[in-house]
Design a protein. Structure first.
Length: 145
């Protein structure tokens, strides 16, 4: 069953992902003011990854009946209490170079990544602690599908 919950600071989405090899359920929060989509993948056996959260950097905008999202290609992979990795820098640079993403969007993506990594580091790489401290407590359905 698909789940959508709108709060003043974000949109929670959860749904099964039938036919996907790597994972069977996905949960995401769109956080417009932070330029982030925070995702938890529920991996299938044998496809587990050493990550707790996957953060897509982009523009996420609420609308009256639908939300809009533009991925800026740069991503962060967070292991709670351990650290965060910036990934897909090559994709961001290629998107800007080939005109798929405007240079100012590329610059904003880098600024967002740096700001997010800094905030996570100041909170011992605890996403929930950081976001709860700024009034954005995340909740998760936590289902295995």
């Amino acid at each position: 069953m698909d789940v959508y919950t709108v709060l003043p600071w974000g949109l929670y989405m959860a749904r099964p992902t039938p036919g996907r090899t790597q994972f069977h359920y996905i949960e995401s929060w769109l956080l417009p003011s932070l330029g982030l989509r925070v995702t938890v993948f529920h991996f299938n056996p044998g496809h587990e990854r050493d990550q707790d959260f996957y953060l897509d950097i982009g523009d996420y905008l609420p609308g009256p009946t639908a939300w809009q999202g533009e991925d800026h290609y740069l991503d962060l992979i967070l292991s709670t209490g351990t650290g965060v990795q910036i990934t897909d820098v090559d994709e961001l640079l290629a998107a800007v170079r080939h005109g798929v993403l405007r240079p100012e969007c590329g610059e904003r993506a880098i600024r967002t990544a740096v700001t997010t990594v800094d905030a996570l580091a100041r909170h011992d790489y605890d996403l929930h602690r950081w976001l709860a401290g700024i009034g954005m407590p995340l909740t998760w359905r936590g289902t295995d599908g």
